[in-house]
Write a protein that binds this ligand. Sequence first.
Ligand SMILES: [Fe+2]
Length: 243
Amino acid sequence: MWFISNKILVRESGLLEGFRDCHCHLLPGVDDGVKEFDETVQILKEWELCGLKEVWFTPHIMEDIPNKPEELREKFKDTGTGLEKNDDLKIEIHLAAEHMMDGLFVKRLEENEVMPIGRDGDKLLVETSYYTPPMNMADIIERIKTKCYDPILAHPERYQYMDKRDYKMWKQRGVLLQLNLPSLVGAYGPEVQWKAEWLLKEGMYDYCGTDTHSINQLDMFLNSVMSKKIVKTVKKIAEAQEL
Ligand SMILES: [Fe+2]
């Protein structure tokens, strides 16, 4: 009997054709992401095969990983120089950061020790702990806006303490939401997948990223299956996202 599957391998789905990744940990040796330059090259090559056009490296800046913008810029420069030797790599790379809204965040923000994302440098990628919200999160969000940045909340579907009401409330307060694509294939468990699918269905997402930390994690994602309908919906968001 013939039947047509409504699912497709991510690798073959065209999901990443023309994609601009706004969240990944490919700057080698600076956080819990890629450790060696060669792995960065390997991932970028794999992405080129998938049609990816642009990548924003977003290393962590947090109390536990106290990266300094100046050091990250230096490391990015070295990485860029290394990548220039790979003539076949056409992918465009940029540097920003993923900022944990922890005890040091406001100080960093006030001292301009943050790394905005986007060509106009007018957005800030932020995250919270998966388990508890930061104290005075509303106040922190307002401070970000006062500094003329649009806050982009990384992977809202991963925050265990957030529910449907929270997502709606943060959207109303001008927080942009960034989907981690692996959430849609169950990479972080069924509950995260369910939340991601709900947020997607409700049209709450503004940005999509891969949050890639390693080649193994990327391969697992590319070898997963996704519904064709979801691929279509995600592509629309990805095409509309302003970077
Ligand atoms: Fe991340």
